[in-house]
Design a protein around this ligand. Structure first.
Ligand code: GLV
Length: 427
């Protein structure tokens, strides 16, 4: 039995969910009966699904920031394809299986988690709400799910490890041995146990939507930027000014072993180095340096899954970067079955397009051991801060738990290929 979460949720017909403290240690692995009273605070009770947070985030955030979070590359084909891929599969429920002892508890790399999902790394999360990166990490660790700190975060990774108890770090590395060595040493010294190498960013993507909204990195001071801030006074005071007053101008803190440039500046070019030189030999180098778990993120080809395994990865994240890199790249869900087949003992994870508990179950049925979900949690942070993220986590756990019952399974590891089939209907 797990020493942490056990996947319990208590949700009645109103869609209410339990408050998201991690389930108590040594709790029985059964669901509890729906409770009469709704434990969800009033300020959160109108958020019934992950999609509800996006509407609130769009209102709360300056247009440029929301556009950066929500947007994708070029035509958004890959972004939209991620959702369409889930609609190409139907679930195949089994009935009369006695699901009264079901649990969402999931194991990954020997750890027990409340549910088979974590929070994906997302750039500039620190602008979603005050101390956004800490809010995401804290909500995740309180719920006993993993969260991945992004290299393009604005809070020193050491603080996120200490205050948010984050243990996964996602690096953007140049193909330069000395910089790789220094970064790996920094991440290790901070106490992280899982190093995620991002493999799908050899160059910056073409995100025309950012140009159209006036978003750039670094943010260029302009009348448009000022107006955008002024027309969102709550965000301006509670996030931007609160950050300036207590932490100063945010910097790219975690791109390298040393502090990067400020995010608000004229004419600063980020020193991202020769990322286009990054190659499999660098993964082998990281493997030699890094004693913890090593994960490669951005795999879409079975041949690359094999190379990741041969170069020492413990796991891979099948991902097209939320549609934010190569537009036209295949949806990870469609790549998943053939990748899972060649992955051997590596953990196979997936991100991209997951918005519902049923999506999580489809990914598991098609070969994923675990999934990561990104934008909805960032939107939850923008809408309601850490409490919003906790509520979003609880909603997704409740959906998984309910859909497990409807699918006829009691344990996450029992979700398998027989529970899914390709839909005959184009949707
Ligand atoms: C950062 O990873 C981004 O996709 O913007």
């Amino acid at each position: 039995m797990s020493d942490k979460g056990d996947g319990r949720t208590a949700n009645g017909s109103t869609g209410a969910v339990t408050p998201v403290a991690a389930p108590p240690a040594a709790a029985p692995a059964t669901i509890v009966a729906p409770r009469a009273e709704d434990a969800t605070p009033r300020s959160l009770s109108r958020f019934l699904s992950l999609a509800d947070f996006e509407t609130a985030a769009r209102r709360a955030l300056p247009r440029q920031i929301y556009g950066y979070y929500a947007g994708a590359a070029e035509t958004s084909q890959s972004f939209q394809g991620n959702f369409a891929a889930f609609r190409q599969y139907d679930l195949v429920p089994r009935v009369l299986t006695d699901v009264s002892s079901r649990s969402t508890r999931a194991k990954l790399f020997g750890m027990d988690y409340w549910a088979p999902f974590g929070i994906a790394p997302m750039g500039l999360s620190g602008l979603a709400t005050f101390d956004g990166e800490i809010a995401l990490a804290r909500a995740a660790s309180a719920a006993n799910i993993p969260s991945i700190v992004s290299a393009t975060s604005l809070t020193p990774l050491e603080r996120i490890a200490q205050e948010g108890r984050a243990r996964w770090f996602q690096a953007y590395l140049p193909g330069e041995d000395a910089r790789i060595e220094a970064m790996v040493a920094r991440v290790q010294a901070a106490g992280y146990d899982t190093f995620v190498l991002t493999a799908d960013v050899p160059v910056a993507a073409n995100r025309e939507n950012n140009v159209r909204t006036g978003f750039s990195i670094p943010l260029q001071p302009s009348l448009r930027l000022a107006w955008d801030g002024l027309s969102h006074p709550r965000w301006l005071c509670r996030t931007w000014f609160a950050t300036l007053l207590s932490r100063g101008v945010p910097h790219f803190e975690n791109m390298d072993a040393f502090r990067g440039p400020p995010i608000l500046a004229r004419n600063v070019v980020r020193a991202i180095g020769a990322r286009d030189q990054l190659a499999w030999r660098h993964l082998a180098l990281i493997r030699r340096l890094w004693p913890g778990r090593l994960v490669v993120k951005g795999i879409l080809s079975p041949a690359d899954a094999v190379l990741a395994r041969e170069n020492g990865a413990d796991g891979i994240i099948v991902s097209n970067h939320g549609g934010r890199q190569l537009d036209g790249a295949r949806p990870p869900l469609l790549a998943l079955p053939e990748i899972a087949e060649v992955s051997g003992s590596m953990a196979v994870m997936l991100d991209g397009g997951i918005r519902r508990g049923s999506d999580v179950l489809k990914a598991l049925a098609l070969g994923a051991d675990f999934v990561f979900v990104g934008r909805p949690f960032l939107f939850a942070a923008a809408a309601r801060g850490e409490a919003g993220v906790s509520h979003a986590i609880a909603l997704l756990v409740a959906e998984i738990e309910r859909n497990m019952a409807l699918l006829g399974v009691s344990r996450i590891e029992d979700v398998g290929a027989a529970h899914v089939e390709r839909s005959p209907f184009p949707r």
